[in-house]
Ligand binder design. Structure first.
Ligand code: DGL
Length: 264
């Protein structure tokens, strides 16, 4: 059985990995954090797209995954079509802003999409709004700092709550007596900060995290029989090559062995 590759620019894809594990615990996972290129949200589109295509050529050759889960909105909204086209034999599962479920669930009609500056700029995101949420008022909020705040929080256990408050503030809209009632977490890093977001929010909203839906989609595409496990550890690969104790500890918390470490 081949492994499942889960990919992000950093720790964000772990929010999808933990859901995937619950649904398919027997599968071997290779978690790739392209931390050498973090944050994807700040990249120019053409360069990021070329970077992702080149990196995936390498990753697919090296790990030969059964499927690749692009657990990153910033990468998926930009390059999922190009990846599928460049590697037609491969199965890619993308992560894109959960605008359709938000539009179905909102009662006030005011929805905010909290994402990286890259994701809010994408045509893909605009098309999703046009297709599924044309009857809602959708505010796109590009956050420059939240992904980094989530990285720091996961590594050091500390988060600057005032910074979180400032980053989420534009999501909260009041118009004609109605208020935003749903915030789409359209970056996989953000669910790690959701408790802080709840605490710092001016009023309660639903925070929509698509991780479980992405994991379900990924599981539905697996073809190899269940119950058999690949002999091999679940591996975390950092493209920067970092192998420090803090990274190893964090990855171990998700059942992953950092590449280069001896398997426990
Ligand atoms: N986790 C990524 C996402 O879902 C983005 C973080 C970054 O800017 O690299 O969009």
């Amino acid at each position: 059985m081949k492994p499942v590759l889960v990919f992000d620019s950093g720790i964000g894809g772990l929010t999808v990995l933990r859901e995937f594990r619950v649904l398919a615990p027997e599968r071997q996972i290779i978690y790739v954090a392209d931390d050498a290129a973090f944050p994807f949200g700040a990249w120019e589109e053409g360069k990021l797209s070329a970077h992702l295509l080149a990196l995936f050529e390498e990753l697919i050759q090296r790990f030969q995954p059964e499927i690749s889960v692009i657990a990153c909105n910033t990468a998926s909204t930009l390059a999922i079509a190009a990846l599928r086209q460049a590697m037609p034999g491969e199965t890619f599962v993308g992560t894109v802003p959960a605008i359709k479920p938000a539009a179905e669930r909102t009662r006030s009609g005011l929805v905010s999409v909290l994402a990286t500056p890259g994701t809010v700029k994408r045509q893909y995101t605009r098309d999703l709004i046009h297709q599924w949420a044309s009857r809602c008022h959708v505010r796109l909020v590009g956050s420059v700092r939240l992904a980094e705040l989530a990285e720091i929080y996961m590594r050091e256990g500390y988060v600057d709550e005032n910074a979180v408050r400032d980053e989420i503030a534009p999501c909260f809209v009041e118009a004609d007596g109605a208020r935003t009632d749903i915030v789409v977490l359209a970056c996989t890093h953000y669910p790690f900060l959701v408790n802080r977001m709840r605490k710092m929010a001016p009023w309660p909203v639903d925070w929509l995290d698509p991780a479980e839906a992405i994991a379900r989609r990924a599981v539905s595409l697996l073809t190899a029989p269940e119950g058999e496990r690949v002999s091999g550890t679940d591996l975390a690969v950092f493209t920067s090559g970092r192998r420090d104790a803090a990274a190893a500890r964090l990855m171990a918390g998700f059942g992953l062995t950092l590449e280069g470490e001896r398997a426990r």
